[in-house]
Write a protein that binds this ligand. Structure first.
Ligand SMILES: Nc1ncnc2c1ncn2[C@@H]1O[C@H](COP(=O)(O)OP(=O)(O)OP(=O)(O)O)[C@@H](O)[C@H]1O
Length: 428
């Protein structure tokens, strides 16, 4: 039986917009209550229900109304119309403040939060220990919160909220302030501690929604555009973003670069970033890699990679002269610059056809079972054979990615979590 823990009923939020402070004052003091404002609807009648245990992503472009609905859910803001009915305790990690007193130390804030929640002394001891351990901010825990960096603040705020045992946890973009390893730790903690609880995750990061949610709600200009299954919701949302980006760009601008609108559409779809300035280049310059990215099969840029998954090294290359036998490949390095693996088209038995002009190569491969850490990739295009070639363009460390913490902290390039152990009992 589905148990509804959050019922959002036809929420409208109207703001009065004034051209200037003067207009606001004129309206406030006008003897006949003449209006000097325009009405702006940040939310135009939003309704949805969330059941216990659901993990729901809320997405939408800037100004869609995500923060407004969150503030209403957490009681920070009152709706103009409609009501929110909640079952259980809501904890929220909102960008602005997490109920902390900035003059208190981290420890004092943890105790303050515990007191507000009615924890006993004993519970408080246990919780404080867990929170301090999770936040992992060292001696700063005894310093006033106002001295914290935004990253430290988020660490403490998240730890305090998740260990307060909420029925509904609301997490917004605040989490993106923390470093990637901490974000991973937070997602793992949410997996464990919120397994049967409800989570609303408000984010621009569609990969986080895919990873964590089974349902997505998409808001646009204060309206609910989609509420349902994640893959379909994100497909529609990305399609919308592409069309929006195209509409916002001036067609003629692209025509002058010799690009058609169709090419631009494809480019945005692929989301292929240009090679950053300052990347060290080698080769004779007869071909230039202009764009390069590490992507998953959904064309999403990868900042961190799950070992064992299929990834794509996508490069856009301009060949300035006819190249009879292109070789396209990469070398993967660990954080200390040790070569982990090197691959090119020939070594996987692919012979690329002769090339000139502009082309896009995608090298798809299964990421080895790497140990956790940071990695870089140098990407190159050459002409010839593996044993005898001319380097056309080699980009040092053009791609970077991370592999998340593995279950055990073991030394070595690789981390193997499979295998078999058999026992043969020997009689003496
Ligand atoms: N106090 C306010 N007065 C007037 N308009 C406001 C006020 N607060 C928010 N708005 C407007 O309401 C709309 C929705 O804002 P909201 O912050 O909820 O969007 P959002 O989806 O969270 O965007 P972002 O992703 O940029 O944070 C925006 O157009 C914003 O300018």
């Amino acid at each position: 039986m589905n148990e509804c823990v959050l019922d959002v009923r036809n929420i409208v939020k109207k703001y009065k917009l004034y051209n200037s402070e003067k207009e606001r004052l004129k309206e406030a003091f006008h003897p006949f209550h003449k209006s000097f404002h325009k009405d702006f609807y940040a939310l135009k009648g939003i309704s949805f229900k969330v059941n216990k245990g659901e993990k729901v992503g809320i997405i939408g472009s800037n100004g869609a109304g995500k923060s407004t609905i969150l503030k209403i859910l957490t009681g920070v803001l009152n709706p103009t119309e409609g009501e929110v009915v909640t079952e259980g305790r809501i904890a929220a990690l909102l960008e602005l403040g997490a109920g902390f007193n900035m003059d208190y130390t981290g420890l004092e804030n943890i105790r303050l939060n515990g007191t507000l929640m009615g924890c006993s002394e004993e519970e408080m001891e246990i919780k404080t220990q867990k929170i301090v351990e999770f936040a992992d901010i060292g001696d700063f825990i005894s310093q006033p919160v106002k001295t914290y960096s935004s990253g430290m603040f988020v660490r403490l705020a998240f730890a305090t909220q998740i260990f307060s045992d909420p029925d509904i946890l609301i997490v917004d973009e605040a989490l993106s302030v923390g470093d990637i390893r901490f974000q991973q730790k937070c997602y793992r903690a949410m997996d464990e501690l919120m397994e049967n609880k409800t989570v609303l995750l408000v984010t621009h990061d569609t990969a986080a929604v895919t990873r964590f949610c089974q349902r997505v709600i998409w808001l646009n200009h204060g309206e609910l555009v989609y509420d349902g299954e994640v893959t379909e919701g994100l497909r529609r949302y990305k399609e919308f973003l592409i069309n929006q980006a195209i509409e916002e760009t001036n067609d003629s601008e692209y025509q002058s670069f010799g690009e058609t609108l169709e090419q631009k559409r494809e480019e945005i779809r692929l989301n292929l970033p240009p090679v950053p300035e300052g990347i060290s280049k080698n080769g004779n310059g007869k071909a230039v890699i202009t764009h390069c990215a590490l992507m998953n099969d959904d064309h999403e840029l990868l900042e961190f990679v799950e070992p064992g998954t299929w990834v794509n090294v996508v490069s856009r290359i301009e060949f300035h002269e006819h190249t009879a036998r292109p070789l396209y490949g990469f070398t993967l390095f660990d954080r200390l610059g040790n070569v982990v693996v090197s691959l090119n088209s020939e070594t996987i038995d692919v012979q690329l056809p002769p090339q000139d002009g502009q082309v896009e190569y995608t090298f798809r491969f299964r990421m080895p079972d790497l140990n956790h850490g940071e990695y870089t990739m140098s990407v190159a295009v050459a002409n010839g054979f593996q044993t005898d070639h001319v380097q056309l363009c080699w980009l040092d460390d053009v791609l970077t990615f991370r592999v998340m913490q593995r279950e055990y902290d073991l030394p070595g390039f690789l981390y193997l979590d499979h295998g078999e152990v058999s026992i043969t009992t020997l009689k003496s």
